[in-house]
Design a protein around this ligand. Structure first.
Ligand code: UT7
Length: 335
């Protein structure tokens, strides 16, 4: 295994999550769109998703971080950094991280938002881990939070059924035991994929006007078929690449923790890695695609279900808009 030069390892020492109470099941979409439960389940693996009726992404993120602080008995005054991965920030500025910092009373923390769509949590983990590994920061919170319902066109059956709202957070702390925590990652960006998955309006390219609203430019657009093809290849390739880079065989891996966009993409990735389905974290049926939220939601639920043991090798993998994609090897560090 190729060893990286670092003073400390960044270890996940706690997890937290929040999903809103309101459930939209596939039957609901049958009532508003030309779709059906069978199509949605067999093409995506999704049965239902959560929707936040009042409030914004910072509310979801704050509740997830509060759950994390409570379950780890962490004083907000001890938090050094908050990184929020999101494509649905409350506003362009200030950052959602600033709103979370204020909401939880983390008076000594600084933070920022990170935009890498469905790969946002992985990219934010790499950033957070680097801050911890250098020895400069001791408590870094990495959040994946999305109110996807705020950018969904509920008249578009191609996208409306896919996404959901939710947030989840992890605490990264330094350990002198380099055999646990974040071990390595491979992260990629290819902006030539910009035309297949994007939100055209609202930014400096197409500032909001009556015309952009009339053209429905403030909603997420996806060419599903085009993204599907590159996602299957991208996520599978990078997952095999990280296994080779860190010298792990499929037998060494306790769990693949994939982004939850489509069960068929997850299955294809696991097959390429030689990993049986029992060793893949899956909760897409309950939450749909929560973009930056999917991986930490899986980590939180599977850890709390007692599935991860200290020393377990986990491979996290994602693919999303940009394109952005990547994989990360983590050795689970909590008993
Ligand atoms: O998370 C970030 C990255 N995103 C992804 O990884 C998503 C990648 N893409 C996908 O997961 C899949 O492409 C989708 C789930 C979005 C679509 O599945 P698909 O098997 O690729 O379907 P398709 O887009 O090729 O559409 C097949 C047919 C079309 O009808 P025609 O043209 O064959 O008559 C669609 O109009 O299914 C139709 N269709 C639907 N039918 C019922 C599309 N959406 C629906 C729907 N209900 N909700």
């Amino acid at each position: 295994m190729q060893k990286r030069n670092r003073l400390y390892s960044a270890v996940i020492t706690g997890v937290g999550m929040y999903v809103p109470e309101k459930v939209l099941d596939n039957k609901y979409f049958e009532s508003i769109l030309d779709t059906n439960d069978e199509w949605i389940r067999t093409r995506t693996g999704i049965k239902e998703r959560r929707v936040l009726e009042e409030g914004a992404t910072s509310l979801l993120a704050t509740k997830a971080v509060e759950d994390l602080l409570k379950s780890t008995n962490t004083d907000p005054m001890d938090v050094d950094v908050i990184i929020v991965a999101t494509v649905t920030p409350d506003m362009f500025f200030p950052s959602t991280a600033a709103l979370v910092q204020d909401n939880i009373g983390a008076k000594n923390a600084w933070g920022y938002d990170l935009s890498a769509a469905c790969s946002g949590f992985l990219f934010a983990m790499q950033s957070g881990a680097s801050l911890v590994e250098s020895g400069q920061y001791k408590k870094v919170i990495v959040v994946g939070a999305e109110k996807m319902s705020s950018i969904l066109d509920y008249t578009d059956r191609n996208t409306a059924i896919l996404f959901g709202d939710g947030a989840s957070a992890v605490l990264l702390e330094p350990s002198e035991d380099l055999s646990i925590g974040v071990q390595d990652s491979i992260l990629r960006t290819d902006g030539s994929g910009r035309d297949t998955l994007f939100m055209k309006g609202g930014g400096s390219l197409r500032p909001p006007t009556h015309e952009t609203v009339d053209n429905r430019e403030h909603y997420l657009y996806q060419d599903g078929k085009a993204v599907f093809k590159v996602a299957v290849k991208g996520m599978a390739d990078v997952s095999v690449e990280i296994m080779e880079k860190v010298g792990l065989s499929s037998n060494d891996i306790a769990y693949l923790v994939p982004h939850q966009a489509n069960l068929r993409i997850i299955d294809a990735t696991a097959r390429r890695m030689g990993i049986e389905s029992e060793k893949v974290t899956i909760n897409i049926a309950k939450y749909g695609n929560t973009t930056a939220g999917t991986i930490p939601l899986c980590l939180t639920e599977y850890y709390r279900d007692g599935k991860f043991k200290k020393g377990d090798n986990l491979i996290l993998a994602a693919f999303g808009a940009g394109y952005t994609w990547g994989a990360m090897h983590i050795v689970w560090g909590i008993d």
